[in-house]
Design a protein around this ligand. Structure first.
Ligand SMILES: [Zn+2]
Length: 309
């Protein structure tokens, strides 16, 4: 039914209960895609957990060992802001495997979506801000090691700056990092991305879309990557509890379309991930992520041959 694959695993759910991170959103999104007739069962692929070998392409052996042996210090646990359990560890390994698989499928089909991932606050040597493993970093490094891509771009529209992404790829000319975010928000500090667009509190649709367009044009002047990872956070939404921008559902839809159209026009495949989303109503967060899938479908169906590689 969809012109691309959607990557999902039931164990993406972090099972965090009443935590501000709505860990049930992965399942709700999967169920909504089916219930609303947007996808059918044949569109889904189930990932394997990323092999430790791939995790270690990004993360330090000391940090990975602490995760595997449950020996994070108290301050490391507090920085991570979610519990380290067998279940959460598996969910992050699966998210990294899922983003890697999405990268492979995007190279085949022009687009693919991981219904998890976008854990852009994870650094090589520590996790923070609900992010244990940097799935997009793992995916890019794995695809590069397999010789599938040489260059990549991350387009990160989560309301929070992609600090982990910037830290991982800061000195690497093969990966271009773009982050459009609320300047006056977590994280602090914000290590420099290749293109940082720090927006004022309360930025609305029109201003946001103008800034994003300018940033994308600027980025594509510098690089035409083999693959784009789209980190499509739902938290620039006006009703988000952890964000201070003021985008509407329609503005977020236009944001997604803009990224996909720019990529499609240039024949660059896109793998999308979720990232944050803390709307007062979880249904809104799910709707925003669902709209990302619909935007990708519509852009591909309206431009059928442009992205075939
Ligand atoms: Zn966020």
């Amino acid at each position: 039914m969809l012109p691309f694959k959607v990557i999902y695993h039931p164990q993406y759910d972090l099972d965090l209960g009443s935590h501000v991170f709505p860990s049930q959103k992965f399942r709700l999104l999967h169920d909504a895609l089916l219930a609303e007739g947007i996808a059918d069962a044949g569109d889904f692929l189930q990932p394997e957990p990323a092999p430790d070998e791939d995790i270690l392409r990004v993360h330090t052996p000391a940090y990975v060992n602490k995760l595997l042996t449950d020996s994070l210090t108290l301050s490391e646990r507090m920085k991570l802001e979610i519990p380290l359990t067998e279940l959460t560890r598996r969910a992050f390994w699966l998210a990294a495997g899922g983003s890697t698989l999405a990268g492979h499928k995007a190279l085949e089909d022009g687009f693919a979506a991981n219904l998890s991932g976008g854990f852009h606050h994870a650094y090589p040597g520590h996790g923070e801000g609900f992010c244990m493993i940097h799935d997009v970093g793992v995916a890019i490094r794995s695809l590069q090691a397999a010789g599938k891509i040489r260059t990549a771009m991350t387009v990160d529209t989560d309301v929070h700056h992609g600090n982990g992404t910037a830290a991982i790829f800061g000195d690497d000319p093969t990966v271009f990092t773009l982050s459009i975010h609320q300047e006056n928000n977590y994280p602090d500090p914000k290590p420099p991305s290749d293109e940082d667009i720090g927006l004022n509190d309360g930025t609305r649709d029109h201003e946001y879309l103008d800034a994003l367009e300018e940033g994308l044009l600027h980025a594509f002047k510098k690089i035409t990557p083999d693959l784009i990872f789209y980190v499509g956070g739902a938290d620039p939404y006006c009703e988000d509890q952890l964000g201070g921008l003021a985008l509407t559902l329609d503005g977020l839809r236009q944001r997604d379309r803009m990224v996909f159209e720019h990529a499609r026009r240039r024949g660059i495949p896109v793998a999308s991930t979720l990232a944050g989303g803390y709307a007062r109503r979880v249904a809104d967060t799910v709707r925003i992520h669902l709209n990302t899938i619909i935007a990708a479908r519509d852009v591909i169906l309206q431009n059928p041959s442009a992205g075939d590689k």
